[in-house]
Design a binder for this molecule. Structure first.
Ligand SMILES: O=P(O)(O)OC[C@H]1O[C@H](OP(=O)(O)OP(=O)(O)O)[C@H](O)[C@@H]1O
Ligand code: HPA
Ligand SMILES: [Mg+2]
Length: 180
């Protein structure tokens, strides 16, 4: 699997540092609240589990599974809900935890839905922000790294459902895409 990587963008150590930094920011912002922290499956699996343990503050956690890339490097343009949260977010402070904001469609879908359900505040923490990919407006409150306009894999991010278990974030060799 490692042989498929062209270059590493963010090492395990850099990701750990970003999680510590963002966790402390979240701890401060929610010091006197009990937010519902929602991890967006599947990509944010590892980031979610790492970041919540860096914030020494009360919180509830939940997960939502949405999908729009379906194994490819291009957004289908339509965000589908696979599995919803079980928490009632009405009147609650919500923090969405994403692995990446690219076109912004997934984040818009989620913030629209949570607003409709009456969340009293919605903030967003994303490990990666790819502003060059943006198709719809989508802003994050806590950002780990701003990534260049390349398709990235690892630490939860997939290509064709694979590479999520790489402990770092990188770019695949071009032949991996062309051979698929
Ligand atoms: O800003 P966008 O262009 O909407 O892209 C960002 C979203 O796309 C990916 O999810 P994907 O649909 O691939 O599902 P997955 O997390 O299960 O891989 C990623 O994990 C984000 O949730
Ligand atoms: O660059 C990416 N990599 C993996 N999944 C993604 N989903 C949106 N952008 C990306
Ligand atoms: Mg994906």
């Amino acid at each position: 699997m490692n042989n498929d990587i062209l270059k590493v963008l963010y090492s395990t150590e850099q990701i750990d540092e970003a999680c510590k930094r963002l966790g402390k920011q979240i701890q401060q912002v929610y010091a006197h609240k009990v937010p519902v922290v929602i991890g967006v499956l599947k990509g944010a699996t590892f980031f979610m589990s790492d970041i919540v343990r860096q914030a020494d503050t009360y919180m509830e956690i939940d997960f939502i599974d949405v999908s729009s890339y379906h194994g490819t490097t291009q957004s289908s343009g339509t965000v589908e809900m696979v599995t919803d949260i079980s928490t009632d977010v009405s009147g609650r402070d919500v923090l969405i935890v994403e692995d990446i904001v690219d076109t912004g469609r997934t984040l818009k879908f989620l913030t629209d839905k949570l607003n409709q359900r009456g969340a009293s505040s919605i903030k967003v923490c994303t490990l990666l922000d790819k502003p060059a990919g943006r198709q719809v407006e989508a802003n994050s409150d806590f950002i780990g790294f701003e990534v260049p306009n390349e398709f990235v894999v690892g630490y939860g991010l997939d290509y064709d459902e694979k590479y999520r278990n790489l402990p770092y974030i990188g770019v695949l060799k071009p032949e991996i895409y062309t051979n698929n």
